[in-house]
Design a protein around this ligand. Structure first.
Ligand SMILES: Cc1cc2nc3c(=O)[nH]c(=O)nc-3n(C[C@H](O)[C@H](O)[C@H](O)COP(=O)(O)OP(=O)(O)OC[C@H]3O[C@@H](n4cnc5c(N)ncnc54)[C@H](O)[C@@H]3O)c2cc1C
Length: 355
C-alpha cells in the first residue's frame, strides 16, 4: 500500500498551498477533499499582498491572464464620512487587489498541486484520526485508511482535527454569524471598488466580483438580530440563491501543531471576514506548515521545537489580527457591547441548521 509522507485534509487554499510546497520538496503527498466539485464560496476579494504568493505557488500567470476585476482600494463608511482607502503603490503604479471566484482560485491551485505530483483523492471525507502513542499517524476516511508521517489539517472553519483530538478552541467573541449572498445585474455605485459600510447593528460588505456579478456579506454584532437581507444597494439585483450563513465566531486552537500534525488556515483559527485576508492567511500558513513538515521529517529530534515555533508564529499572527479587529470595532459608530466584556468567551459552534 502506498504510504505518503504527508496527508492533507481539505483542498481549499490552505491545503493546496501546503500540498504544492511539500511536493516541491520531494515529499509524497496525498490530498483528501470531501467535495467532488469546485463550489462557489465566500472569499473572492484578495488584497494586493496575495500577488507574490500567487507567483510562489506558480499560478500567477493563470490568474493574471484571467482578466479578473482589480481594485486599488476600498470604500469605507465607518462613521459619518465616506472615504476611499487606497492600498498605496510604487513607481509601477497603484497596488491592486483581485476579485477571483473561489471556484476558479481553488481550481488553479489544485491543478498546480496535481502538476507538482500530489496524489489527489476526491471525493474523500476524513472520518477519524489514527493515533499511535498519542501521536497522529494517519486518518480513516470513507475511502479507507491513509497512514502518514505527518498530517496537515486544512479542513476549514469546522476545525476537524481539533474536534477529533478534543483540543480546546478558545473563543474571543460571542457567537457571530456572517450572512452572505450573490446577485446578478448592474450596480454602478459598487463598480469601481468594494465597499464596507457600518450601520448601527454591524456592517455590510459589497463587491463586484464579475462583469455582472456581485457578492455581499452582512455581519450583525448581535447574532439574535442577524439580517438575512441583501444590502439596499443590491435590492434590485437578481439574487442567485438564498442568503447563507457561516459561523465566524472569533476563535483559535492554540495547539495548532503537535505530535504528527499541523493545522493551517481556518482549521487553526477564524476571525470574521472584516479582517479581509482569510485566504492570504490560509495560503501563508499552508506554506509555513509545509516548511515545518519538511524540517520535521529531516530532523526528527527537533520536532518539538519545530512544532513550538509553528505554534508561536501562527498564534502571534492571530493575536495581532485580534488586536486589529478589536480596534476596528472600537472605532465603529456603535461598538458592540461585548468588546468591553471579558476577552475570552466559551466557544460553541453556531447552530446553522435553520439557515
Ligand atoms: C461570508 C464570508 C466572506 C469571506 N470573504 C473573504 C474575502 O473576501 N477574502 C478573504 O480572503 N477571505 C474571506 N473569507 C474567509 C475565507 O473564506 C477563509 O478564510 C478561507 O476560505 C480559508 O481557507 P481554508 O483553506 O483554510 O479553508 P476552506 O476554504 O474552508 O477549505 C477547507 C476544505 O476542506 C474540505 N473539508 C472539510 N472537512 C473535510 C473532511 N472531513 N474531509 C475532507 N475534506 C474536508 C472542504 O470541503 C474544503 O474544500 C470570508 C469568509 C466568509 C464566511
Amino acid at each position: 500500500m502506498y504510504n505518503p509522507d504527508v496527508v492533507i485534509i481539505g483542498a481549499g487554499p490552505a491545503g493546496s498551498a501546503a500540498a504544492i510546497f511539500c511536493a516541491r520538496q520531494g515529499l509524497r503527498v496525498t490530498l483528501l477533499e470531501q467535495s467532488s466539485v469546485y463550489r462557489d464560496r465566500p472569499g473572492e476579494t484578495l488584497p494586493p499582498g496575495i500577488e507574490p504568493l500567487l507567483q510562489q505557488l506558480g499560478i500567477a500567470d493563470s490568474v493574471l491572464s484571467g482578466d479578473f476585476i482589480r481594485h486599488t482600494g476600498n470604500w469605507v463608511q465607518w462613521g459619518p464620512h465616506h472615504h476611499f482607502n487606497a492600498f498605496g503603490g510604487n513607481a509601477d503604479g497603484p497596488w491592486r487587489g483581485f476579485q477571483i471566484p473561489r471556484r476558479l482560485l481553488d481550481g488553479f491551485m489544485l491543478s498546480q498541486a496535481r502538476a507538482a505530483g500530489v496524489f489527489i483523492v476526491r471525493p474523500c471525507r476524513a472520518t477519524s484520526v489514527i493515533l499511535k502513542d498519542q501521536a497522529v499517524v494517519g486518518v480513516d476516511t470513507d475511502q479507507g485508511a491513509f497512514h502518514c508521517a505527518q498530517l496537515i489539517d486544512a479542513s476549514g472553519a469546522k476545525g476537524w482535527l481539533a474536534r477529533q483530538l478534543e483540543l480546546e478552541r478558545q473563543a474571543y467573541s460571542p457567537p457571530l454569524l456572517a450572512m452572505y449572498g450573490y446577485g446578478q445585474g448592474t450596480c454602478a455605485a459598487c463598480d469601481d471598488a468594494p465597499a464596507i459600510i457600518a450601520d448601527q447593528d454591524g456592517w455590510y460588505w459589497m463587491a463586484k466580483i464579475g462583469s455582472d456579478a456581485y457578492a455581499w456579506t452582512r455581519l450583525n454584532f448581535d447574532i439574535h438580530q442577524a439580517d438575512r437581507q441583501a444590502p439596499a444597494a443590491f435590492a434590485h439585483l437578481q439574487h442567485l440563491s438564498r442568503a447563507r450563513g457561516a459561523d465566524v465566531t472569533w476563535r483559535a486552537c492554540r495547539q495548532c501543531a503537535g505530535p504528527g500534525y499541523f493545522m493551517v488556515g481556518d482549521a487553526a483559527s477564524v476571525l470574521d471576514p472584516g479582517t479581509s485576508h482569510g485566504v492570504l492567511k490560509a495560503i501563508m500558513s499552508g506554506m509555513m506548515a509545509a516548511h515545518a513538515v519538511v524540517e520535521s521529517l529531516a530532523h526528527p529530534n527537533h520536532r518539538p521545537s519545530i512544532e513550538h515555533q509553528y505554534r508561536h508564529w501562527l498564534n502571534s499572527w492571530f493575536e495581532r489580527d485580534l488586536r486589529k479587529m478589536r480596534e476596528l470595532y472600537a472605532a465603529h459608530p456603535t461598538p458592540p457591547d461585548w468588546l468591553s466584556a471579558a476577552p475570552i468567551f466559551h466557544f460553541d459552534p453556531c447552530d446553522l441548521s435553520g439557515i
